[in-house]
Design a protein around this ligand. Structure first.
Ligand SMILES: C[S@@+](CC[C@H](N)C(=O)[O-])C[C@H]1O[C@@H](n2cnc3c(N)ncnc32)[C@H](O)[C@@H]1O
Length: 335
């Protein structure tokens, strides 16, 4: 008989989420799943290679085994399951950088969520004493980890984002707040005729330049450093992916207005975001909205809210193109 656990037991499991997050972080940070790429290893081997203490490591792995990440082979060695393998840095859809970024950059600040709900001030800002993107970009290692985590998201949540998508015409595509440039690189695999710009903060733009060298796109894509509240480069097509959700309405409108000032009348703006249903329908972005609530002053938005935001920023929302992912491409033209 398959009995459901009582609600109180389900509640205990939900409350233990913080322990699971930390355990996942430990194996990601120690590179345990990456070490298991070539096959099973003994616990002693894993401990020795990762520089960890065998007994505590074994207990973490045993718990995560119960949650479906690891299996024990007949001869007592450890191997990853397909789920566990996604914490290998070599996995094509790796989440290892997300694990490291969330636990190192958001976990402690998120402990101030109650403050956010009482006052409206983002937990991260309250905890860190400064806006989160200022804190991230103040340290090159932090900025690089954040950019890698964003690339992990591109590799998973946004898989197939541009498949079969009819990119609006125009020679130059600028990805504003483009992080390490992996999204633009992805788009350009099917658009060999376009030239591009990845625009991001000075701490991040060099990371995008590196990506373009690695992906063989350095002759077509330039990394430009700047501030999207001040000025962005001129382009035919603007890509604004996962940026507006970081900001409150006033700041999001300021970003759109900056783009509007650089845009030609026939430029196009493509906003890549999750569009939340206005009703109670479940949607993955509702969980992301919690990340935004604690982590930034931003929020996920409904179609009506995007229409209002774009109008205030000087754009007309032309259409929302749903994609085979939680994300949509919101097409807009200058008003
Ligand atoms: C959530 S990330 C999105 C990255 C990328 N577009 C993606 O879809 O994965 C937001 C990006 O905005 C950048 N950013 C934040 N403030 C900025 C500013 N004032 N000017 C330019 N870029 C900024 C951050 O450095 C970060 O790379």
């Amino acid at each position: 008989m398959n009995e459901q656990p009582p609600p109180s037991a389900v509640m205990t499991q939900l409350l233990a989420g913080f322990q699971v997050s930390q355990a996942l972080y430990v194996v990601a940070k120690l590179g345990i799943c990456t070490m298991l790429d070539d096959g099973p290893l003994s616990m002693a081997d894993l401990a020795q290679r990762s520089g960890a203490s065998p007994q505590p490591l074994g207990r973490v792995i045993r718990t995560l085994g119960m949650l479906g990440l690891f299996r024990t082979t007949e001869d007592g060695r450890v191997e990853t399951t397909p789920l566990g393998a996604t914490l290998s840095h070599n996995h094509p859809q790796t989440q290892a950088n997300v694990a490291e970024m969330w636990m190192e950059q958001q976990y402690l600040p998120f402990s101030d969520l109650l403050h956010t709900v009482r006052t409206g001030e983002p937990a991260t800002e309250h905890y860190l004493g400064q806006p989160p993107f200022d804190w991230i970009s103040a340290d090159p290692e932090r900025a690089a980890l954040f950019a890698r985590a964003m690339a992990d998201v591109t590799g998973t949540m946004r898989t197939g984002l541009f498949d079969g998508y009819d990119l609006p015409p125009g020679k130059v595509v600028a990805d504003i707040g483009g992080a390490d440039g992996s999204l633009l690189a992805e788009l350009f695999t099917s658009h060999p005729d376009r030239h591009g710009i990845v625009f991001d903060k000075p701490a991040v733009a060099p990371i995008a330049a590196e990506t373009m060298i690695t992906r063989g796109l350095a002759d077509r894509v330039e990394a430009v450093a700047g501030d999207f509240f001040t000025e962005v480069p001129a382009a035919d097509v603007y890509l604004l992916s996962f940026v507006l959700h970081d900001w409150n309405d006033d700041d999001a409108v300021r970003i759109l207005q900056t783009i509007r000032r650089s845009a030609a009348p026939d430029s196009r703006l493509l906003v890549v975001e999750g569009v939340m249903p206005a009703d109670d329908t479940p949607h993955p972005m509702k969980l992301v909205d919690l990340t935004m609530l604690g982590g930034t002053a931003g929020r996920e938005r409904t179609a009506d809210e995007f229409t209002d935001l774009l109008t205030a920023g000087g754009f007309h929302l032309d259409r929302i193109v749903p994609r085979p992912s939680p994300f949509s491409i919101i097409e807009a033209t200058p008003l």
